[in-house]
Design a protein around this ligand. Sequence first.
Ligand code: FAD
Length: 286
Amino acid sequence: MKLSTLLKEKERTLSFEVFPPKTSDRMETVLEATEKIAALQPDFMSVTYGAGGGTSQFTVDIAARLQEEYGTTVLPHLTCVSSDQDHVKRMIHVYEEKGLENIMALRGDIPAGGAPCHDYTHAIQLIRDIREIAPEICIGAACYPEGHVEAHNRDEDLQYLKEKVDAGVDFLTTQLFYDNTIFYHFLYRAREIGIRVPIIAGIMPITNASQVKRTVEMSGTIVPERFLAMVDRFGENPDAMKQAGVIYATEQIIDLYAHGIRNIHVYSMNKPEVAAGIQASLSAIV
Ligand code: FAD
């Protein structure tokens, strides 16, 4: 199913993200986790794309399998910055041939030392290529409530986002955030400059203390005091940390739904127990 249709028709959605293995010997373990998450019957599942593009086939294989065997609506990602245009165009054809109706179109992080190839500098070029090659595919793109780490300022980032959306994006998913007021403020500013597509709020449950440092470094997100206190108190106890992390994320989600936000995407990181914990606490809500 196209996500543009799903997001329009369903009152509220809850979806989960999985990522492919780095090597083929890990594929079985990853498939096991993704299938457990699929069994929860989320509204859709996204499958990320390895930054260098070297594991691109895994993304396609996992997404196609979830769609074929579980009837799951899938959103495979596709990045462009580390690939040449021929490879990217071939991948777009592969997605189409596999009957994948949605693509999350991303630039990808620029690798240390610079991109190995200069065909793409920004996601907008990929979006234009998808629109040209496979006009029927529903396209998602990324947005950053606190501004992308490379952006000079948030206004400039938002202007580029508007251009990206106008190039043919059907919906946006946000970078993670731990303070919902950041999202509400962003949503207001996005609507004000005329971005009308659905904006899915991306929520990352923190389930171990070391993940906090990594996540914050990569995303540059502001970490509220309440969140830090939780990590300080429970960080040394893995079970307690996981439980607290799931509850924190669930509270964020309930607050978002309560404020009329209809679409939530959980960065569930191949952890079925985390996805199940969140879903169980929302069973009468979504
Ligand atoms: P862009 O939209 O190109 O933006 C990147 C920067 O360039 C921003 O600072 C923006 O302001 C600026 N910019 C945009 N357009 C222009 C323009 N026309 N001219 C000048 N400047 C411009 N990474 C992966 O490797 N695999 C994944 O599967 C993956 N999934 C993600 C999912 C989500 C929901 C999010 C939020 C991020 C994901 N990422 C993933 C990370 C993403 O690839 C990085 O954040 C990357 O650095 C930016 O990608 P983008 O598509 O947002 O780029």
